[in-house]
Write a protein that binds this ligand. Sequence first.
Ligand SMILES: [Zn+2]
Length: 55
Amino acid sequence: MEVKCSICGRKEKITKVHKDYTKLARDTKAVFTCELCRSRLRYQALQSQKPERPI
Ligand SMILES: [Zn+2]
């Protein structure tokens, strides 16, 4: 099944072993994000969770 990343628009082929396969196959509105964007989002989330550095 071919899916498109909602962030960068990169197309990717996923198989049944993919953890989101059933979700994406069943729900057409399900959002797919590629590995690259996922790690970027995770990194950004981590950054925003960090407390402000004391000056
Ligand atoms: Zn992407």
